[in-house]
Every structure is written in structure tokens, then in C-alpha cells.
Write a protein that binds this ligand. Sequence first.
Ligand SMILES: C[S@@+](CC[C@H](N)C(=O)[O-])C[C@H]1O[C@@H](n2cnc3c(N)ncnc32)[C@H](O)[C@@H]1O
Length: 362
Amino acid sequence: MTEATQGMLGRGYYDAHSTFQADVAASGGALLAQAVDILKLPADGKVTVADYGCAEGRNSMATVQSALALLAARGVAEPVVLHNDLPGNDWAGLAANLSGAASYLKNFPQARALFAPRGFFERVTLPGTVTLGTSGSAAHWLSRQPPGLDMPRSLYRSDAPPAELAKLLAQAASDWQAFLAARAEELHPGGVLLVQMLGADGKVSPVRVSAAGLLKLMNECALSLVDDGDIPQDVYAAYCFPVVPRTIEEACAPLEAALADRLELIHCGLNYVPSPYRLALEKTADVAGFAKSYTAFTRAFSETSLRLGLFNFGRGDPGKLADRFYAMMEQALAARPEAYPFDDLTLAVMVRRRGAATPAVT
Ligand SMILES: C[S@@+](CC[C@H](N)C(=O)[O-])C[C@H]1O[C@@H](n2cnc3c(N)ncnc32)[C@H](O)[C@@H]1O
């Protein structure tokens, strides 16, 4: 089985180049307030906030800080915060962020942070213990490369030929159901989960897929390495960029069927988060700065996956192939800054665990 990723680029690189993901999380502020408002606090007073796919933590700090402030207003004094990500995540970076100036522990010194280094497609903590779950810009990652792919000239949901698209969507559907089933086990009755991820608009034809412009550019750069003989064609054909933006219908499907008895759907909707790199370009007209920052943003989340699936099988040093790939991207963006818009659609899903709360033990 080929893993989708082993995590984001660490050592501060993801933190420094994830302003878009920070903006996505901020766009969910009202939903987070609603989540805390409607959740049932556990009778034993043991409140756990879990952030799924936390990366090295700058953005996780901000989300958790907001969640703890909202919970404090409901009288929660000593919460546990569980940070979840893959084993390959930069956990040392997260630990450093927790003792840094922007840590939520500064404002909530009674909180305690725990780490759960495990894939989120299965349970990562004890059953029935999570009060509030959050997940920002993470649940669109697949668990693995869909088996049997044959996409010699395409990379993503937006450009996959129909038979290959069906394989991507099948993997995305089974992963989403596994993600939600694991959260249904972890949430206690009345606990709430808020997920923000890349979305797609299924009401238009063809389906409008978030980040399609960026993936078009990544495909062009990768194909140029394939055409130069630096990445084997069969390796490229078996690889997709393992992120699948979902439509509202796809996101709701398991909540209306297999998981309907455990999870109550509270909200499922799309919102638009503008690209901060595009906004800066419009303000400053600094094309070189735009190309650099949009490329660094892309590198921060994509390099690990591209190395695992492509560069490690290429000709020569995988690090040099990665450098060439991102240099090509930056050049193309500098030459045609309008040509590859990120064109976001953020999908937010909120669910509440059904079931009666366990009576307090006296
Ligand atoms: C784009 S980052 C988002 C990080 C952070 N939540 C934010 O908003 O900036 C996606 C994160 O999801 C994590 N991730 C991807 N697949 C995962 C999985 N199967 N289990 C746990 N985390 C995963 C990645 O390692 C990465 O840290």
C-alpha cells in the first residue's frame, strides 16, 4: 500500500507557509462558536478537545485557543487537548509551539496537551472521551494511493479520466466514512465534531473542484519531468495527488446512511476563502513575491507526498528533483500569474454524537 503522505514539511516551513490554511480556520469561527454552544458537556466534567491533522501547530494553536475560550465561557476549567497527526509529523515543532509565545497554554495554563501520533482513519484515543473535535484542511487527504490507477497525463479530481475518477472517488468515499466512524467512536454522546476541508461544487457541470488551477500547474511541471525521462511514466500513471475535495452530497452520504444512527448532521456547506497570495499580489503588484509565496505554500503541503509517490522513483537525487519541480512552478507563476488560480471552495461539516449521556458516577 502506498501512503498518501507522511506529513507536511516540518522545522517551521509549514508554519511559515500556511497562511491560507490559517484563513480557512478563521473562516469557521462562527461554526466553532455554534459547535461549542450546542455540545453537551460530559457529566464527569472531563473535557477533551481533539484537533485532527494538527501539523506542527501554528494554526492548531489558534483554533484550540478559540475553542478553549468558548469552553471557558461554559465553565470548563481544566480541559485536555489532544493533538493528532501522522507519526511522521514534526512533533518536536508542535512541542516547541506549545511552549512558545502564541501557545494557548499561556492563556489556559490549566489545560494539558497530549499527542496522538496515529492516522485519523481509525480511532486515535479512547472511546467516548472527546467533547469537541476540530479538523482544519486535513480530512481531504486520502489514506493511500487508490489501487490500480492509470492516469498517465493527469493528477487530480479535476482532470482525471472517468474510469480513474471513479477510483479516486471510491477511495475518498471509503476514507471519509472511516474518518467519521472513528470520530463517532471517540465522541461522547452530545460531543461535536467540526471539519473544514477542500470542497467541490457538484451543482455545476463539470464539478468545480477546489485548487484545480494549482493542480493543473503541478501536473504541467510533473509532466515536464516525465517527458524529460526524470520520472518513469508508469510511476506517474499510478500516482494521483492524494487529496480529494468533496461535494456536499458526498460529504453527507455516510451521515444519511451507515452513520446516521450515531451522528446527527448539524451543518454541511461551502464557503469561499480567498487566496492570501493573490490578495497580496493585487495590493502590491509584486509578481515575483506572489510566485515565491504561492510556490512555498504549495511546497509545504505537497513535497512529502510527491517525494513518496514520484521523486523517490525518479532519476538522481529526489531532493534535486523536488527543487527543480518547485523552481519550474515558481517560474511559471512569475510568467503567467493569472493562469493558475487556487479558486478555493472550503467545505465545512459539523456533526453531533447521538445517544444518551452516561449518568455521572457518584
Ligand atoms: C494542510 S495540513 C493542515 C494542518 C492544520 N490543521 C492547519 O489547519 O494548518 C494537513 C495535515 O493533515 C495531516 N494528515 C494527513 N493525513 C492524515 C492522516 N491519515 N491522519 C492524521 N493526519 C493526517 C498531515 O500530516 C498534515 O499535518
